[in-house]
Design a protein around this ligand. Structure first.
Ligand code: ADP
Ligand code: MG
Length: 460
C-alpha cells in the first residue's frame, strides 16, 4: 500500500525533534500538521505564516528533502504554503466555479458578500445607494433600466449585486441572474449557429431580474449587441428589471448601436464618484472589522495614512489595508506608521505618491500630464528609475518645476520619485536651471511646459 504524505511528514517530524534544538523545532516545525495536497511528487505542507515559510525555505528545506528521500524510490520534495495562500487559492477556485455556473439560469451567480449592509455610504455614492435600495424594494416600477456608471474599483459591481442579493432574499420566488458582459459575449460567440443562438437567448426568457456588469464590453461587437437588444426588449417589455453597469455614461459609449444606448438612458442613471478622505476612512474601518476580530490593533494614524495614499480606488484601498495587516502579522511587527509605510513601499501608486505630497495635488498632476504629453513619455516612466536619456531629462524637468514653481523641498520631491536622495534631485534641478539661463532648447521647453500648464513663464 502506498504511504501518504501526511504519514511521511509525521515520521519526519519525530526525526526532526530528535536532531534539532527544542527552540527551533517548536518555533518552526511543531505547528505543521497538515498536508495541503500531493501532486507530481511534491508534498505541500501548510505553515502558519510567511515568516516561517521563508525561514524553513532558506535554512531547512534541503535537510527536509534529504529525509524525504528515505521514503520514496523516486525523488520527492516538500513545498511550503501559508494558510493565507491556501485560502487565496480556494477563493480563486470558488470564483472559477461561479463563472462556470453562469449557464445555469437558476444559479444567480451573485457573490453573497456584496450586500447593502457591507456597502459603506458617503457623499460619493449616497444618491446611487438610496436609489438602488428603492429599486431593490420596488423593482421596475421605480425605473427601468438602472444604469450605474463610474470609474473602476468604486463599487459598481458591489452595488449592483447588493440589489440582486436583496431581491433574492426578500422575494425568493423571483429568478435573478448576474452576468459579466465578457461572459455574455463569450457564450454568444460559442453558439455558432442560429439554433445555438436561439437556445442561448431562451435562457434569459424566464428571468425576473437581469444584472449585466460592464456593458462597455459590448463596444464593437455588432452581432452580440443585436442579440442583447432582443433580450433587452423582451425583458423590459415584460416589466422585468434590468440593471447595468459601465465605466462610461451611456452617451459616451462608442461603437454601440444608438437604439441600444438610448434604451440605456430610458430609466435612471446613477453615478458613483471617488470617495473623499472621510469616506475612505469609514470604509477602512468597516473593512477592518471584517478582517480581524480586534480592529483596535490598528491605530488611527495608520488608517489615516492608508486613506491618504490610496485615494482613487476602493479596491486598492482594501488591498492596501490587507497588505498592512498581513505584513505586520507575518513578521510579528507592531501595527505602526513606520511598518505600514514599509508594507506599502512598492504598491503606493503614481497618483498616491503625488497625492501624498504637500503640493496642490491637482496642479502637480496636471504638470505630470503636460510633461508626459510634451515629451511623449509615459507618466509611469517619469516616476520610474529608467536611465534612458530622454526620460532622465523629462524627469529632471518635473523636479525643476516642482522645486521652483511649487516650492517642494528636494527631500519631498525625492520621496515622490521612488525615494531618491535629495542630492540627486538637487543636482537634476541645477542642470535644468543652468541650461535654462540662456537661449536654447531647455529654456524653450520650460516656457512651453509652463504655458501649457496655464502658468506665466515670466512670473517668479
Ligand atoms: P467596480 O465594479 O466599480 O470596479 P467593485 O464593486 O468591484 O468596483 O468594488 C471594488 C471593491 O471595493 C470590492 O471589494 C467592493 O466590495 C469594495 N467597495 C466598493 N465600494 C464600496 C463601498 N461603498 N463600501 C464598501 N466596500 C466597497
Ligand atoms: Mg465591476
Amino acid at each position: 500500500m502506498e504511504i501518504t504524505g501526511i504519514e511521511v511528514w509525521k515520521d519526519i517530524k519525530i526525526r526532526l525533534k530528535e536532531e534539532l534544538d527544542a527552540d527551533i523545532f517548536d518555533t518552526y516545525f511543531s505547528g505543521i500538521n497538515e498536508v495541503y495536497k500531493e501532486s507530481n511528487n511534491l508534498i505541500y505542507l501548510i505553515v502558519d505564516n510567511l515568516f516561517i515559510k521563508t525561514r524553513i525555505q532558506n535554512n531547512y528545506i534541503s535537510r527536509l528533502n534529504k529525509l524525504l528521500s528515505d521514503y520514496y524510490a523516486v525523488a520527492h520534495s516538500f513545498m511550503l504554503v501559508t494558510k493565507n495562500e491556501v485560502e487565496e487559492e480556494k477563493e480563486k477556485k470558488n470564483l472559477e466555479t461561479e463563472r462556470n455556473n453562469f449557464s445555469k439560469v437558476n444559479n444567480s451567480g451573485l457573490n453573497p458578500n456584496y450586500t447593502f449592509s457591507t456597502f459603506v455610504v458617503g457623499d460619493s455614492n449616497r444618491f446611487a445607494h438610496r436609489y438602488a435600495t428603492l429599486v431593490a424594494d420596488q423593482l421596475s416600477t421605480v425605473a427601468n433600466p438602472v444604469y450605474i456608471f463610474g470609474d473602476v474599483g468604486l463599487g459598481k459591481t458591489h452595488l449592483m449585486q447588493a440589489i440582486g442579493n436583496y431581491i433574492l432574499e426578500s422575494k425568493p420566488e423571483l429568478s435573478v441572474l448576474y452576468i459579466r458582459t465578457q461572459d455574455f459575449v463569450e457564450e454568444y460567440v460559442k453558439c455558432g449557429s442560429r439554433d445555438g443562438y436561439d437556445k442561448f437567448s431562451a435562457k434569459f426568457e424566464n428571468i425576473d431580474v437581469l444584472l449585466v456588469d460592464d456593458v462597455q464590453f459590448l463596444e464593437s461587437k455588432k452581432q452580440c449587441q443585436l442579440e442583447f437588444f432582443k433580450i433587452f426588449e423582451k425583458l423590459t417589455g415584460n416589466k422585468k428589471l434590468i440593471v447595468l453597469t459601465s465605466d462610461k455614461k451611456a452617451s459616451e459609449l462608442r461603437e454601440i448601436m444608438v437604439r441600444l444606448t438610448s434604451r440605456f438612458e430610458w430609466g435612471i442613471t446613477l453615478d458613483i464618484n471617488k470617495p473623499d478622505k472621510t469616506h475612505r476612512i469609514s470604509i477602512l474601518n468597516a473593512k477592518l472589522k471584517q478582517e480581524t476580530p480586534n480592529p483596535e490593533i490598528m491605530p488611527e494614524e495608520v488608517i489615516d495614512y492608508i486613506a491618504t495614499v490610496c485615494e482613487s480606488n476602493i479596491r486598492e484601498l482594501e488591498g492596501a489595508l490587507k497588505r498592512v495587516l498581513f505584513y505586520c502579522e507575518a513578521f510579528s511587527l507592531e501595527y505602526n506608521l513606520e511598518n505600514a509605510r514599509e508594507a506599502l513601499k512598492n504598491v503606493v501608486s503614481f497618483a498616491a505618491a503625488v497625492g501624498n505630497s504637500i503640493a496642490p495635488t491637482e496642479e502637480i498632476k496636471k504638470m505630470f500630464s503636460v510633461i508626459s504629453t510634451y515629451f511623449k513619455i509615459g507618466q509611469d516612466d517619469l516616476l520610474s528609475n529608467s536611465r534612458k536619456k530622454d526620460i532622465v531629462y523629462a524627469r529632471q524637468m518635473c523636479w525643476y518645476i516642482m522645486r521652483t514653481k511649487y516650492d517642494l523641498t528636494f527631500q519631498k520631491i525625492g520621496d515622490i520619485f521612488n525615494g531618491k536622495d535629495h542630492s540627486t534631485i538637487m543636482h537634476g534641478c541645477q542642470i535644468i536651471d543652468s541650461e535654462s539661463k540662456h537661449e536654447g532648447e531647455t529654456k524653450k521647453n520650460v516656457e512651453n511646459i509652463l504655458r501649457k500648464m496655464g502658468k506665466d513663464p515670466n512670473a517668479v
